[in-house]
Design a binder for this molecule. Structure first.
Ligand SMILES: Nc1ncnc2c1ncn2[C@@H]1O[C@H](COP(=O)(O)OP(=O)(O)OP(=O)(O)O)[C@@H](O)[C@H]1O
Ligand SMILES: Nc1ncnc2c1ncn2[C@@H]1O[C@H](COP(=O)(O)OP(=O)(O)OP(=O)(O)O)[C@@H](O)[C@H]1O
Ligand SMILES: [Mg+2]
Ligand SMILES: [Mg+2]
Lengths: 162, 168, 162, 168
């Protein structure tokens, strides 16, 4: 139990460092166990230094920086045992356009490396534009959902009507 | 094994039979607030064997059944199916003989859920183990519900460590 | 204590019902005290029915619907004692374009009715376009923030560079 | 009483003297992730007398002082001023004689904060009461920090009731 957790910690930490740099276009980050000699009861601390900024605990970063760092952690764990499917519900909500761009690039790369199929719910125009295909969900009849294939222009219009 | 399709009927706001194809690469789902995007994702987690109604924003599991509008009566049955392609023949032994594996969960108001795998009755546990053998499942890292990112950020360090245990 | 809390509950509930309808362009909502006979220790329940949907507890609504309803509650309390300043940090993040539009209209109306000055941090293009003036925050020198007046086109470009 | 301007120096990422004018109507603040938007809003809450460093994302109150970059050394002092216009003569009695009221908070590393109101030393409590008399303040309903909406949605019903108490 203890050995396995320490081993997976090292693997996840390795993925996390490289994913952080890919999502931020630079910078450094790492994970630490608050109680390295009692990993099964330890806490998981996240130390991150976005490009050009000092190393800080996660709590001192901005809202978008915290979200991007948490995304890196999630994918770091995911990559230790990639699944055939990955489902993301509005994870790009707090990200600005340049972070969304790098997020989409990462997701494209993972899809290519692992063959994972992604289902991504988003309100972001940039994310929509990077998808291979789009489904729109509508409630033309109130309270009743309908699913429909859409192209990018229809999807952009769909963000607005409610 | 690959996910190829999800079908849902009577599940939350998707009262009418709905099919979602899952093709390779990136599939986007868009639409205004409240139109049903998260409901589709919850249908997938529910079919994978999610046992807690609170994880699906409900008070009880019957809350996933279409509860009616001013023009339509409530339903009494909700059903979701996930279709898996197994042409690579890398599925768990129990189901590896099949080229296609369909997992179905169905709930009837006041009488609970039942599961089928390729039309054979199955228990919730069997379905959860099947998806776990595929490195996925309702609580797995790759299924990121709305608000999960914020929860990770806000989590106490000890809660956060439990994310690692999925990798172990 | 008890009397005052019940009285302000009624006032807030009145504001909340009308603000909800303004933010949703319809629908109905109300607040309830879980222990009406012990208000000082009671809980505050929120029941909401967006246009065309059944009355439900807040927890069953969508992410964006929950946010919009919480905004209605905050402004309902605010309007009982309007302040000279109101500061909003990315409250429009989970809202789609039509809800953002009604949110901006509400904020304009409150500013006009009460004379309150608003400071609104946003990533939303639609919100930016409705502001009377815009400040951009940049980190041209890494780790050092600078404030600069911008027009709408410069602000839109500023969302992207980081 | 109207808010007209905020000045900050050495506060978090705003190491250089910065002025933010607050004109009537709606003022938008935009920029990429991590550029400093929330820092400005926290400066205002801090100057209003916020006593908890955790409410400002810090471990201790010294965390609001500019902590340096690879090109610039850390500072030892942070100072924020809020300028209020009182031409309507509707300010609290103690300060109503003035046409303009300036509240300043200054912190020196390892030696704590001090406050001034129109260049007179003041205690944190005086400043908090001043803003409370203006129906505002660091914890007031009209000051909505990033994540506060999500907190209201997630709050237990009993926590949520405390919002009402500001109205009472
Ligand atoms: N059992 C049910 N029967 C009918 N409608 C339901 C049921 N459960 C939930 N709903 C409706 O589904 C809607 C929520 O849908 P969902 O959460 O999928 O929205 P969304 O598209 O994800 O929106 P957002 O962009 O705001 O996150 C709610 O308006 C709710 O009224
Ligand atoms: N004491 C300090 N000294 C220097 N920089 C600091 C200090 N405290 C915080 N920062 C920096 O300020 C940045 C956060 O700024 P802020 O939270 O205002 O961003 P933001 O513009 O609100 O971003 P977002 O859109 O992601 O919410 C962090 O990158 C952090 O490194
Ligand atoms: Mg949703
Ligand atoms: Mg921020």
């Amino acid at each position: 139990g203890r050995e396995r957790l320490l081993a997976s910690f090292e693997t996840v930490n390795g993925h996390f460092r490289s994913l952080f740099a890919r999502l931020y276009g630079g910078g450094r980050a790492h994970l630490t166990l608050t109680e390295a000699d009692d990993p099964l009861n330890s806490g998981l601390e996240i130390m991150a230094s976005p490009p050009g900024k000092r190393l800080q605990s996660l709590s001192l970063l901005s809202g978008g920086e915290q979200a991007l760092t948490a995304i890196a952690l999630l994918f770091a764990v995911f990559l230790t045992n990639p699944a055939p499917i990955c489902i993301l519900d509005e994870v790009d909500a707090p990200l600005d356009d340049s972070n969304v761009d790098r997020f989409c690039t990462l997701v494209e790369d993972i899809a290519e490396e692992t063959g994972t199929r992604f289902l991504i719910v988003t309100h972001h125009r940039l994310t929509m534009a990077r998808m291979d295909r789009l489904y729109g969900v509508t409630m033309a009849e109130r309270g009743v959902s309908q699913l429909v294939s859409v192209d990018l222009r229809a999807a952009e219009a769909m963000r607005e009507t409610a | 094994v690959q996910f190829t399709r999800v079908r849902l009927t009577g599940f939350k706001s998707f009262v009418d039979p709905t099919e979602l194809d899952i093709a390779p690469g990136l599939t986007g789902v868009v639409g205004p607030n409240g139109c049903g995007k998260s409901n589709i994702l919850e249908a997938i987690r529910w079919c994978m064997g999610e046992g807690s109604a609170r994880q699906l924003r409900g008070g009880g599991m019957d809350d996933v059944i279409f509860s009616g509008t001013s023009d339509r009566p409530a339903r009494n049955i909700a059903e979701v199916s996930i279709e898996l392609d197994n042409h690579q023949k890398d599925a768990p032994t129990a189901v590896n003989e099949f080229d296609q594996i369909t997992v179905t969960r169905r709930i009837e108001r006041d009488s609970g859920s039942n599961y089928k795998v390729n039309n054979q009755d199955a228990r919730a546990r069997d379905v959860q183990l099947l998806f776990a053998d595929l490195q996925t499942g309702a609580r797995s890292t790759g299924i990121v519900s709305q608000g999960k990112i914020a929860a990770i950020v806000a989590a106490k360090t000890v809660e956060r460590r439990t994310i690692l245990e999925e990798a172990a």
